[in-house]
Ligand binder design. Sequence first.
Ligand code: FAD
Length: 392
Amino acid sequence: MTVSRTAGVVIVGGGVTGASLAFHLASAGVRDVLVLERAALASGGSGWSVGIIRQLYPTPETSRMVRRSLTVFQRFGEAVGGDAGFVPCGALIGVSPAMRPALARSVASQRALGIRAEILDPADAARVEPRIDTRALGAVLWEPESGYGDPSAVTMGFAEAATRRGARIEQGVEVTAIRRSGDRVTGIETARGERIEAPVVVNAAGLWSPRLARLAGVELPIVIGRHPVFVIERDPAFGRPHPVYLDLAGGSYVRPETGGLTLTGSLTDDETKHPMDPDRLGGDVGLDEAEAVLALTSRALPGLADARYRRGWAGAFDITPDWMPILDESPLRGFWIAAGMSGHGFKLSPAVGETLAALITGATPPVDPAPFRFGRFGTPATPGTFVSSYLR
Ligand SMILES: Cc1cc2nc3c(=O)[nH]c(=O)nc-3n(C[C@H](O)[C@H](O)[C@H](O)COP(=O)(O)OP(=O)(O)OC[C@H]3O[C@@H](n4cnc5c(N)ncnc54)[C@H](O)[C@@H]3O)c2cc1C
């Protein structure tokens, strides 16, 4: 093993998180940013993501982050460069009668932060989308500016913009060891037998982040939980595409795709109860699990009952106990964590990169980083599922 080179910051992982961070560090003038990706850019969770951009969040920090991120997606070409594939088709979020008071509280505080959202009585939801079944709902939230984007394209956009600002991005390079001296990180080793010295190493390895952290002797409170996605072909009689619809009461979501397709999945499963080996990402799904989800989908949007099942894949989330990311330095000085995105790392990616870049460089972060601290899980976490990242 020879010391082949040095870097100012090594970012491990070329998903949307690592690419956004590289862009923001390079934009802040940090020299010698090196991204190492063991396979190809966006080949991890980012490449298998559904790409929904909704804005309903229960805390001021996540609300601010999604707001900042949305403004980047809206003008990605000028702000970063490239095309985010952002489709502002709007998002509807259906809640049960019991959830309505929590929704009203969240939306009141979100509006004060500039988020455009309107609570509709179930009967009025037809004004936006007459095809959803509102009978079991207590309210429907309408976010006219939300929609979906293309996580692979956003990863590429950030990566290319980072490269233009001097960062280096290397694909096909796996980090196999993290070097330390006492309580400080000193660099990494790669499967190619290289040693790279760096005072700052960032774990942006997404679904592999616990594995990578263990190389540094750091345990992350992150579970890799399975989240299957299904693709259906809408019947031509369904007509124009539907908006994004998240049925928090019934437990399913849909987002339109080009070619008359719809992506759908469950919001009732607790992914933490279904741990998955991340190397099985993109693998097959069973017809029985597809049928169970499609039953929920057609209850939410009955016109989709005539859709044809096309395919599915096994996705996964890197989930923390409170379903919020970890954006902080670990107890090993210089070894930073940008992981635990808990199923919302795409829509938050611009602000996640911006926040962590500020923390690493000692600048003032755009949001209070306290809710994303490494050590916040010292006390038992509040139990919850993915829906707890919408409403509390
Ligand atoms: C099915 C599914 C649906 C989703 N839907 C949404 C959604 O609708 N909206 C939303 O906002 N978010 C969604 N997400 C979540 C979001 O896509 C992820 O949080 C985000 O893409 C994670 O990006 P990342 O860069 O943190 O991780 P990843 O994309 O997993 O990137 C990590 C990278 O690290 C690399 N790596 C790992 N180990 C090493 C190593 N030792 N050396 C070098 N490289 C390494 C991997 O190859 C990988 O490319 C979804 C995710 C999935 C899987």
